[in-house]
Design a binder for this molecule. Structure first.
Ligand code: GDD
Ligand code: MG
Length: 347
């Protein structure tokens, strides 16, 4: 079985985190997010994955190479200009030999791919889309369907008054190869706004596969933080290293290799510390994600925040809920980074 994982987006909503790394490489419990995605595919029996990339593709290639270490065959296809979610598929059609999975590269879910494949085979449709119910569909694509599962309508990023269902496109598709024939080549094409609406109008139906699995799109900071906390707490089942033995942390926490926490610091519950982090005495960290090499000086506090690599949080500084601090920033001693702040401000 083959899969295409879309990894070309700019990750605009995750800035300033995505100034230094592309969205698929942001860490989840000590590994690039995409590594968890790829392991899940491999475990489901997918052995060949095509990666249409565009923004900072070298970071992805450097880490995963040809995929051998993960037991996968990986092919990278770099877009000069973003081709959109369908244009990116058309651009890699030479690799695809039969029905194939497509994954949005920023989705974490417990969806059973084998069960979805079985439904697809039984339906005889041109494609099957995973749907998930969410409270607020306005950030996603609403998908309407008949009782037999046939999809009848798409509304991408609906305005509140346009919402007619809380079932959304969950970003996993199983498509017949002929779908690629319907996508025009050489220009930007959106699968959500152009290709899916066209397919619905065609002879072979597009089917929904609705589940109530764990599901999250990590494309916004609050969701990325939530994905980390849910994985720590086990809400999202993921094969992860066991709890750390670090004396000074309150579980659940994930403490990366060579991270050091002073005995008089208060860390956790709900904290991810990247490799080589240093947390000094009387510092307090709660429900936060710190990437590699972050230094937290004496008496500093961090709550509900995301701190990118090599940041220094000065003595007695305070980073408040929802704040996101970009790579290498210095938070001066005693400073307060207010709730939901972005440091530096995205341009
Ligand atoms: N190669 C390539 N080229 N990849 C792209 C491009 C492109 O031009 N544009 C976006 N992508 C990738 C992103 O990297 C991401 O993995 C995926 O396509 C989806 O793009 P997002 O920018 O994250 O879209 P979204 O989250 O706003 O909406 C999409 O996902 C929702 C579910 O999470 C849509 O598919 C919605 O309908 C859906 O509900
Ligand atoms: Mg997304």
């Amino acid at each position: 079985m083959q899969a295409i994982v879309l990894v070309g987006g700019e990750g605009t909503r995750l800035r300033p985190l995505t100034y230094s790394v592309p969205k698929p490489m942001v860490p989840l419990l000590g590994r690039p997010f995409m590594e968890h995605v790829l392991l899940r595919l491999r475990d489901a029996g997918i052995n060949e994955v095509v990666l249409p990339a565009c923004y900072l593709p070298e970071a992805i290639q450097r880490h995963f190479g040809d995929g051998e270490k993960l037991g996968l065959r990986l092919h990278y296809v770099i877009e000069e200009e973003p081709l959109g979610t369908a244009g990116a598929l058309k651009n890699v059609e030479r690799f695809i030999t039969g029905p194939f999975f497509v994954f949005n590269g920023d989705v974490l879910t417990s969806l059973d791919l084998g069960a979805m494949l079985e439904q697809h085979r039984n339906s005889g449709g041109i494609g099957t889309l995973h749907l998930i119910p969410v409270e607020d569909p306005t950030a996603f694509g609403c998908v309407e369907r008949e009782a037999d599962g046939r999809i009848t309508r798409f509304v991408e990023k609906p305005k509140p008054h346009e919402v007619t269902t809380n079932y959304i496109n969950a970003g996993t598709y199983l498509l017949e190869r002929e779908v690629l024939d319907r996508i025009p080549a050489g220009r930007n094409v959106s699968i959500e706004r152009e290709t899916f609406p066209q397919l619905i109008a065609g002879a072979r139906a597009l089917y929904a596969y609705a589940t109530e699995d764990y599901w999250i799109d990590i494309g916004k900071p609050e969701n990325y933080l939530k994905a980390n906390l849910d994985t720590l707490r086990g809400t999202m089942p993921l094969r992860t290293p066991g709890p750390s033995q670090e004396a000074a942390v309150k579980q659940p926490c994930f403490v990366g290799i060579n991270a050091r926490v002073d005995r008089q610091a208060e860390v956790g519950p709900g904290v991810v510390l990247g490799r080589g982090c240093r947390v000094a005495a009387h510092a307090r960290i709660y429900e936060s994600v710190l990437w590699d090499g972050v230094v937290v000086e004496e008496g500093a506090s961090i709550e509900g925040a995301i701190i990118a690599g090599d940041v220094r949080v000065g003595a007695n500084a305070r980073v408040e809920r929802g704040a996101v601090v970009g790579h290498g920033q210095r938070i001066a001693a005693g400073t307060v980074v207010p709730p939901n702040a972005r440091v530096p401000m995205p341009a």
